[in-house]
Design a protein around this ligand. Structure first.
Ligand SMILES: Nc1nc2c(ncn2[C@@H]2O[C@H](COP(=O)(O)OP(=O)(O)OP(=O)(O)O)[C@@H](O)[C@H]2O)c(=O)[nH]1
Ligand SMILES: [Mg+2]
Length: 327
């Protein structure tokens, strides 16, 4: 499961959004973490076709971090896989664009401090030593130059090797992020925010957090919130993580699984269970669209829509997999 850290200025509504997110999920372990199911409209369709007893969505874990970023807060954010930047677009004199610039500057500064001290260490180590340490120092120098020019490391054109050298530092500006504007009731997304910014009404959604799903929806509709912004936030985070979803379906369950883009069939099988990766023989694959078009997995197989793929097969978004294995 991947972690998404909520980051923003104090009072931007991170904890409120977090509370709203826990509606769909359960607080996972610690009280600042919530495990949230990723909405996927394909699952109920598969479950109906295959008469699955239950639906198991993929999950994302959200981590709430207070806005006055302490060393501990920054450390918590470094451990996450992606950031969700929350901007205040409610209350007196909202200026989400300025907040985004401020947060960005804060994250750049945090990375800068980290890279600087790492560079010092790398330079010491590289003295009288081989190329490896030189390479590390060079990568850190490139990172330092970018950050000094207020460029996010993700936009700095670093190659794979540079990134590998930076990985141990878990730089914040190398992580994928999404931007969320927390809107005043009855207002729309203001202009001037980056493409893809998601608008939410966190406080209304948080108020409905403890209600049953249908009651919550009815109330949200009353407020003119047609589709819970939460679903959009969750979906956007999931996309930012650059994961793909593959599916499994049968009598027991229809289920969504996440795997990094580019993963092979055995790697995907390993997400289900390590035994399936170890004993991988082959994967039987039908695309979700073909399952639906045929009216079910077996019908798809009869129509010749099932492919048998080996261990080099790269799993595609929406593949429905049956893994054959022996241990
Ligand atoms: N009107 C309105 N008020 C909101 C909304 N979201 C949050 N608030 C209020 O804003 C205040 C701050 O919200 P929090 O969620 O605690 O903010 P935070 O980002 O977690 O703040 P820190 O943890 O201090 O960084 C609270 O009083 C919320 O009730 C909103 O969408 N609309
Ligand atoms: Mg908070």
């Amino acid at each position: 499961m991947r972690d998404v850290g909520l980051v923003g200025l104090p009072f931007s509504g991170k904890s409120t959004l977090f509370t709203a997110l826990t509606r769909t999920g359960a607080a996972g372990g610690r009280d600042n973490q919530a495990v949230v199911p990723v909405p996927d409209p394909r699952l109920p369709v598969l479950a109906e076709l295959e008469r699955s007893a239950r639906i198991v969505p993929a999950q994302v874990r959200f981590v709430d971090v207070p806005g006055a970023l302490s060393a501990r807060g920054l450390a918590a954010l470094r451990e996450t896989d992606a950031l969700c930047v929350v901007l205040r677009a409610f209350g007196p004199d909202p200026d989400p664009g300025r907040e985004l610039a401020e947060i960005t500057a804060e994250l750049v500064l945090a990375d800068l401090a980290n890279v600087e001290s790492a560079l010092e260490g790398a330079r010491k180590r590289s003295r009288g030593r081989g190329q490896g340490a030189d390479r590390e120092a060079a990568a850190l120098e490139r990172a330092l130059a970018a950050l000094s020019a207020e460029t996010l490391l993700g936009d700095a054109g670093l190659d794979e090797e540079d990134r590998a050298h930076l990985r141990a530092l878990a730089p914040l500006t190398l992580k994928p992020w999404i931007v969320v504007a927390n809107l005043e009731e009855g207002t729309e997304l203001p202009a001037g925010l980056p493409d893809g910014t998601v608008g939410v009404y966190a406080s209304i959604e948080a108020e409905t957090a403890a209600m049953p799903e249908d009651e919550a929806r009815a109330l949200l509709e009353e407020f003119g919130v047609a589709r819970p912004g939460l679903e959009a936030v969750i979906a956007a985070c999931y996309r930012a993580l650059d994961l793909i979803t593959f599916l499994t379906t049968g009598e027991d369950e229809s289920r969504a699984w996440e795997v990094r883009r580019g993963a092979t069939a055995p790697e995907a099988a390993g997400v289900i269970h390590t035994d399936l990766q170890r004993g991988f023989i082959r994967a039987e694959v039908v695309s979700y669209d073909d399952v639906v078009a045929a009216g079910g997995w077996d019908a798809a197989k009869v129509r010749g829509l099932m492919r048998v793929e080996g261990k080099d097969y790269e799993v595609q978004e929406g593949d429905v997999l049956h893994v054959r294995f022996s241990v």
